[in-house]
Design a protein around this ligand. Structure first.
Ligand code: NI
Ligand code: MN
Length: 227
């Protein structure tokens, strides 16, 4: 079966396989671009890349309502338990785990991770998914780093990359990231949610496709692609 990847805008995605629904960084209620309501989301797993509010988002209410397992670093997992989330699985950077739907490894990300109440959120991460025969790399919030080349050596089908600048990579560094990773396909994220990260994703897509063999999917909030 194909893997359905739906963008909820910003860094948030729903990945649906024949075995599970994986919700990533569900910034829904306070997100001006979100195409969905937090109350309507169904998920079996929620992955949280770091502690910032625009990534933790609605994790707690969605996890409590659906019983979805929250996957995050150990520090965020501890905080989730203190907020009353019971179904959790801690991992940490460099570590992968085999779930019934596939495997996810936490990758490095150069960023911060303070939780909304000021608690320590450990180090931020990205996600490298191995689902069926596909590999999806969600960089989450990060600056450019040369070790993206190592991630690319895995043979990435889809790379999800921030282009917003200011808080993460901007368009130039995200283009450089594509050159290091050499994914089959790339999707730009983490732009236009706030004025300070406004970007033109179509201009970026043109540059990527002119300078590399990677195809770019510029998604609209709520839109899906299949792998
Ligand atoms: Ni952040
Ligand atoms: Mn962010």
């Amino acid at each position: 079966m194909s893997i359905k990847v739906t963008w909820y805008s910003h860094a948030s995605f729903l990945i649906e396989t024949d075995k599970a629904r994986l919700l990533i960084d569900p910034f829904i209620t306070d997100n001006p671009l979100s195409p969905v309501n937090a109350d309507d989301i169904q998920a079996d797993y929620i992955l949280v890349s770091h502690g910032h509010g625009d990534h933790v988002g609605d994790t707690i209410p969605v996890a409590k309502r659906t019983g979805a397992m929250v996957i995050s670093n150990y520090e965020i997992q501890n905080w989730m338990v203190n907020q009353g989330v019971e179904n959790v699985h801690p991992q940490h950077i460099g570590g992968g785990f085999d779930y019934p739907w596939g495997r996810v490894k936490l990758t490095i990300a150069h960023h911060g991770s303070m939780l909304p109440d000021g608690s320590y959120g450990g180090n931020p991460c990205g996600f490298l998914f191995y689902i069926d025969d596909k590999k999806i790399y969600h960089a989450c919030d990060t600056g450019l780093f040369y070790d993206m080349k190592l991630i690319g050596e895995e043979g990435i089908d889809l790379a999800i990359l921030p282009i917003g600048d200011n808080f993460t990579m901007g368009p130039d560094d995200a283009l450089h990231a594509v050159k290091l990773i050499e994914p089959k396909q790339a999707v730009p994220i983490h732009y236009d949610t706030f004025e300070v990260i406004n970007q033109n994703p179509h201009a970026w897509a043109k540059r990527v496709e002119n300078e590399t063999s990677t195809k770019v999917a510029v998604m609209k909030p709520g839109e899906s692609i299949e792998l």
